[in-house]
Ligand binder design. Sequence first.
Ligand code: CUA
Length: 318
Amino acid sequence: MTPEFQFLPPQASTLSSEVDALFFFVLGISIVFSGLIFLAVVFFSIRYRRKSDSDAPEQIDGSLLLELTWTIVPFLICLVMFAWGAKIFFENSRPPVAAEGIEILVTGKQWMWKVQHPDGTREINELHIPIGRPITLTMTSEDVIHSFFIPAFRTKMDVLPGRYTSLWFEATKEGKFHLFCAEYCGTKHSEMIGWVHVMQPHEYESWLGGGSGGESAVAAGERLFSELGCVSCHSGESGSRGPDLAGLYGKTEELASGGSVKVDESYLRESILSPLSKVTEGFEPVMPTYQGLVDEMGIMRLIAYVKSLSDLEGAEGE
Ligand code: CUA
């Protein structure tokens, strides 16, 4: 098999063509101006060479017009690059509303990618997704910094221990695409690779059906919630020792120490691992830490469960 030379990886997501257009714009501008500068250097060195020993050039004391031109033109070009880049950056960093897409959990670990689909199907170093649906990855690391990189989708995000990052994309092309770890993470960093399989939606459904499947992230979270005894304090009944978790996700809570915090993935994670750092007002600092009792995937499942409590609340209110 002779590998075909490819200047760029295939374009396989909604973002790809936008990123490439900007890349070629910046590349084009750079080539044009490099060319102009080289031509000017050659031209001036011939045109204004010293023709004899007594040859002295005419003195120029500056030209306002010239200086304004070479300041304003590049400035405007840079503004275009900035605005265009910012537009793509914002699109890329704001996942579409969760309801439209699929949220997949990813944990990086020396040296593999662990993936869990919403129905509980798990896979390692592979990511199966349907074409034409926005996919949001919620990612964390069990050890060091990794980086989730899919060149064909033109998207990459660092995966950090102790916090969540997210990445979203919508595939536009069926097939098999490379997945890399793009942050040096130890001896086998170069082996921390895999494949993204983009399939037709019905193929994805049947793939899910045939997978290890079983328990969904929410169900696994609910099971952990009772196994770990969370339910004894967070029962939601009045007089409970811990806050009621139903409808909590997405709210802003007042803290006992003053100030407030938005209840998001990171806050829930912090509250599981280091419960005393931000105690909700009206409650005693009595919750023990669950550090070491539950792994990163477990925490993500607990969070998925807590989030599902809010979805229910929202649905009931409609
Ligand atoms: Cu993980 Cu490099």
